[in-house]
Design a protein around this ligand. Structure first.
Ligand code: PLP
Length: 370
């Protein structure tokens, strides 16, 4: 394979454009090896780490402008563990799962648990989305705020189904990068290695009073729930600023730094404007390009944080991604299972809009010469 050597003046300052784990800012790493040094390698049952968990919980509440009674809970295992935890401790009888890509599909898989009724799975073609529809007997409505595998975003909007039915949103790649109204969801859960610029291993969820009530009720119902996947256990531990077992302290530390950074710049509104600026530059470029086109055809469904760009047959997108990689511009490959002639670019809040503009120059330069 041949690679194009990019001139220095068009290279982004930071070449990380992957969708997760994604760019961690240098300032976060400096803080980790500076003040963070005294924290790493110390007990998660003592005040310094518990206080860190407490600060992360309250900063997340502030970032999301959490309505009264909403709480941040945390557990180990990332968003994938949360799907199983939800099957055990959040879905009472039946979920409705919107599937417009890999991640929505994985939660639908977890919702097929033998103790539940088969989920009402609403699947649509990749690159589009569908909306929830109230159905009698459904007590959880679930979809991703941002489908990372396709670059489709869906609004966070409460579903008014049966009384007490919960709206449960996978915000793993959206949290901290797309503005939304927290009162429109009962559970807004995520792992922090995407927009929140941290590392993996933990899940967090903003939960409403109705969701808390549901968690308590199912936990008291006698249903078998493994301790590691118990949301009641996570709720009780979170209120004490701890987790059932050892959390990744690095992940917590990097997350706190990122939350301070977003807040100091103006919070979720600032982050939203910044990701829209970055993604907008890419969509605009693709629309004007003779060989590229946004994969998501409806502009209203295009993600501000994960941009997917299709190329026509005259271009080998994999060769572009490989050539960019040889210049230190990494992880622009599409989601593997999607199998398209495509580039996928994260425009998370940590990524500088100027670096996205440099990336566009680098892609153009590569296209002309490959
Ligand atoms: C990355 C991602 C996940 C998986 O997160 P893990 O922490 O690796 O389990 C789930 N949902 C969405 C939308 C994602 O982007």
């Amino acid at each position: 394979m041949s690679y194009v050597v990019l001139p220095r003046e068009i290279l982004p300052a930071d070449g990380r454009f992957g969708c997760g784990p994604s760019k961690v800012r240098n300032e976060q790493l400096d803080a980790l090896s500076g003040p963070g040094r005294v924290l790493l390698g110390t007990s998660h049952r003592q005040a310094p780490v518990k206080n860190l968990v407490g600060r992360v919980r309250s900063q997340l509440s502030d970032l999301f402008r959490a309505p009264t009674g909403y709480e941040i809970i945390v557990g180990n295992g990332g968003s994938t563990a949360f799907w199983d935890a939800a099957a055990f401790g959040l879905i009472e009888r039946r979920a409705q799962n919107l599937v417009f890509g890999e991640f929505g599909s994985k939660f639908a898989g977890a919702a097929k648990a033998p103790w539940l009724e088969a989920p009402d799975v609403r699947e649509v073609t990749a690159g589009t989305r569908t909306a929830a529809e109230p159905v009698e007997g459904v007590d959880v409505y679930a979809w991703p705020h941002n489908e990372t595998s396709t670059g489709v975003t869906a609004p966070v909007k409460r579903v008014h189904g049966d009384e007490g039915a919960l709206t449960v949103i996978d915000a793993t790649s959206a949290a901290g990068g797309i503005d939304f109204s927290a009162s429109e969801a009962d559970v807004y859960y995520f792992a922090p290695q995407k927009n929140l610029g941290s590392d993996g291993g933990l899940w967090f969820a903003l939960v409403s009073p109705a969701a808390i009530e549901r968690i308590e009720r199912i936990a008291a119902s006698g249903r078998y729930i493994p301790e590691f996947l118990s949301l009641k256990n996570a709720l009780d531990n979170s209120r004490l600023n701890q987790t059932l077992n050892t959390p990744a302290l690095t992940t917590l530390y990097l997350l706190e730094n990122q939350l301070e950074w977003i807040t100091s710049h103006g919070g979720l509104q600032w982050a939203d404007a910044r990701t829209r600026e970055s993604s907008g530059a890419l969509y605009e470029w693709a629309e004007a390009s003779p060989v590229a086109t946004p994969f998501v055809t409806n502009p209203a469904e295009r993600s501000p944080v994960v941009v997917t760009i299709d190329f026509d047959e005259s271009v080998d997108a994999a060769a572009i991604a490989a050539s960019l990689r040889s210049n230190g511009i990494v992880d622009t490959e599409p989601y593997r299972k999607l199998g398209r002639n495509q580039l996928r670019v994260a425009t998370f809040v940590s990524i500088e809009p100027d670096d996205v503009r440099q990336l566009i120059r680098s892609i153009d330069y590569t296209l002309e010469r490959l």
